[in-house]
Design a binder for this molecule. Structure first.
Ligand code: MOS
Length: 687
């Protein structure tokens, strides 16, 4: 195995005019230094075809940190030393790095509308008109993004920490001109993956090409400082929220404009900020507009709860402001504005237990002991206590999946399925269904996910991991039961499934299963097989499906240092049927911790002189620690959604984070009387 290191561009925009690899090649242990001239030209793309694969190494520089060379060496140390020895000359161009920079280009996108928001707002008896800012934030899983490639037996085998192994295969094939059938991409375990590892990156093909050229396996682990510049991130977004209520305190209008920083060619869609906020309440007049602000930066992208987290921070802060303006209790006000119809489509929700989340959360939290006046509650140590609430939603989507289940007479069971283990415990959920359905021994069960060699792999993201894999797994269970029954032909031998199978003198029995989302047909399965994108929802032919959550937060603001800590949280989620109680609970705890980080700690600093990120390590990109957070109490409504899919489950992994940072900001207002309309909220905001 040889080790590789990327060389990042030291300009934000322009061209590489020459690269000097002499000093790098002279470093002991360096095997090869690759630059743009070693890579094939990007493939031709046509407008109706799939999007182009991410570029490998180019001379044209679109963002600071873009790779200009790859150093391959015997050791990681030699690769790093070699990469540091590469020098380049550039022709620099003017660039725009921040949302308000000269040269930033605004691009409005399709609005999402119901009724007449502006008119209803003008007619409203009470109005809120506020602006909220959510920051640039970067993923920082402990497990860095990494890829390795080796050519054996006529195949290119890629091991990569990716939520989309078939996407990796397809992108490498198109970049380097391989037949996809000659590539296997394996992402069996990827470490923490919350969207960053769902994006496709040029380094997959960069490293695969290096392995071909030097005829040895090559491995690249992207260092954290480079990940900030290379990988997708949560873009800064500005949210202008106007709400109107009638004289009875019913919300009648929402006019919400969101805009975010975007790269010149990036696709991360701003209109999705409206996906959740339009589906919390019965607000008949909803005008949702959105824009990209195009800059010379790397591509923003999906980061846990990508749109509803920032949008619900803004919207649920505004709802809190409106409730206070109206003199209403924030829980009672939200309950009074609940609705069961998706105003954007006019169709019903397949299920919605947001009100139950609010009622159960309020009961567990002890909300009725809250005194409404800001600053009216104190801790024994003299700190200001604040209690805040917020709700949120996240689209519940489905993807097709294909599973192959084999039960062996000797006690083993193997199962391969579309899906990725991105830290959420998808194998645990799948095992729950197999063990409960077949009575097999979990210790002798092997589950393969994320591997293109064993099952076609759709991207796992958007909280559809369970909705993709679990209905298929349930079908595999029932097919296995009927296949065995048929084989036994009316006999009922004693013992577990393996012994019953052994009685037929067969070494194993295999069944295949697949499932689709409501409204999908066989073309979705074909798209899955081709490594494409086949997502259904949240708007299905007859209904809309969203997951919901309510968060109740207690903050304590210290009297002198003004540090904000969170002694207590109660979060109650509606994700339909709960398949795996332990991992579901863990998702909620993780989401709440991350929301705390977002609300009070995390922000990426950009240096506008260079368009680079300044705090790209875990010392300067501050995340929560145990002392910040006390008890996180979790509950799940566990009401199956009868329409969403055969198992009645809805997505969970992302809704858990949405709204929690608004509940924190609302609690801070209750503690201090200060309404902070940006994240992260830091000590200087509390003085
Ligand atoms: Mo998620 S941010 O769609 O992996």
């Amino acid at each position: 195995m040889a080790h590789a290191m990327l060389v990042p561009a030291r300009i934000a925009k322009g061209r590489v005019t020459s690269v000097d690899t002499g000093a790098a090649s002279a470093v002991p242990g360096v095997l090869r230094v690759l630059t743009a001239k070693d890579y094939p030209a990007p493939p031709e793309t046509d407008e109706n075809g799939p999007p182009p694969p991410p570029p490998t190494i180019l001379d044209a520089i679109a963002y600071r940190g873009q790779p200009i060379a790859l150093v391959v060496a015997e050791t990681i140390e030699a690769a790093i030393e070699g990469a540091e020895a590469v020098t380049a000359r550039y022709a620099e161009e003017a660039f725009a790095s921040k949302i308000d920079s000269k040269g930033a280009v605004r691009e409005e996108t399709e609005p999402r509308e119901a009724g007449d928001g502006t008119r209803a707002l003008a007619d409203a008896a009470t109005r809120i008109d506020q602006r909220y800012v959510t920051p640039t934030q970067h993923h920082n899983p402990i497990e860095l993004i990494a890829t390795s490639a080796r050519l054996t037996d006529g195949k290119l085998r890629i091991h990569e920490s990716s939520q989309y192994s078939s996407g990796v295969r397809g992108a490498v094939a198109r970049s380097l001109g391989y037949d996809p059938a000659t590539i296997e991409a394996d992402s069996s375990y990827i470490g923490g993956g919350f969207g960053q590892k769902g994006s496709l990156y040029g380094y997959s093909a960069i490293v695969a090409h290096a392995a071909r050229l030097i005829r040895r396996p090559v491995k690249l682990v992207v260092p954290r400082s480079q990940i900030f510049h290379q990988a997708t991130f949560r873009p800064e977004a500005h949210h202008h929220v106007q709400l109107g209520a009638d004289t009875g305190g019913k919300m009648v209008a929402a006019v919400y404009h969101a805009e975010h920083e975007q790269s010149r060619a990036g696709q991360f869609p701003p209109s999705d900020y409206h996906e959740a906020t339009s589906r919390l309440y019965d607000i008949p007049n909803y005008q949702g507009t959105a824009a990209n602000i195009r800059l010379d930066r790397n591509d923003p992208g999906y980061m846990r709860c990508p749109h509803p987290h920032p949008s619900c921070f803004a919207f649920e802060s505004a709802v809190d402001e409106l409730a206070i303006e109206l003199g209403r209790d924030p829980v009672e006000f939200r309950l009074a504005n609940d609705g069961m119809t998706d105003v954007l489509t006019g169709k019903p929700y397949s299920s919605k237990f947001m009100a139950e989340c609010l009622r159960e959360g309020a009961r567990r939290f002890g909300w009725d002991r809250r005194t409404a006046e800001p600053g009216s509650m104190r801790s024994p140590s003299g700190g200001s206590i604040g209690w805040g609430v917020a709700v949120a939603a996240y689209p519940s989507m489905m993807v097709p999946s294909i599973g192959t289940l084999r039960v062996y007479a000797n006690g083993r069971t193997t199962y391969s399925i579309s899906g990725h283990e991105m830290g959420q415990g998808i194998r645990t959920s799948i095992a729950n269904v197999l063990v409960q359905g077949l009575g097999i021994d979990p210790d002798k069960l092997e589950i393969s996910v994320g591997n293109t060699a064993t099952a076609p792999q759709h991207i796992t993201a958007g909280s559809w991991g369970s909705a993709g894999a679990i209905p298929t797994t349930a079908q595999a269970v029932s097919r296995m039961q009927s296949a065995l029954k048929q084989l036994l032909g009316g006999r009922t031998p004693r013992g577990d499934i393996h012994r019953r199978l052994a009685s037929t003198k067969r070494p194993y029995l295999e069944v295949q299963a697949s499932a689709l989302g409501p409204g999908q047909d066989a073309s979705a399965l074909e798209s899955l097989r081709q490594g494409g994108y086949a997502v259904a929802g949240p708007e299905y032919p007859a209904f809309t499906t969203m997951s919901y959550i309510a968060h109740f937060v207690e903050v304590e603001v210290e009297p002198r240092l003004r540090r904000v800590r969170m002694p207590r949280v109660v979060s109650v989620a509606d994700c339909g049927r709960v398949i795996s109680p332990r991992t579901a609970r863990s998702q909620i705890i993780g989401g709440v911790v991350w929301a705390f980080g977002s609300a009070l700690r995390e922000g990426t600093e950009i240096d506008p002189r260079y368009a680079g990120y300044l705090n790209c390590d875990l010392a300067d990109y501050v995340v929560p620690v145990n002392a910040d957070i006390g008890e996180i109490e979790v509950d799940l409504i566990n009401e199956p959604d009868p329409l969403a899919n055969s198992m009645g489950l809805k997505g969970l992994g992302e809704v858990v984070m949405a709204g929690a940072s608004a509940a924190i900001a609302n609690a801070i207002h209750h503690a201090t009387g200060k309404r902070i309309r940006h994240m992260p909220i830091r000590i200087e905001d509390m003085l």
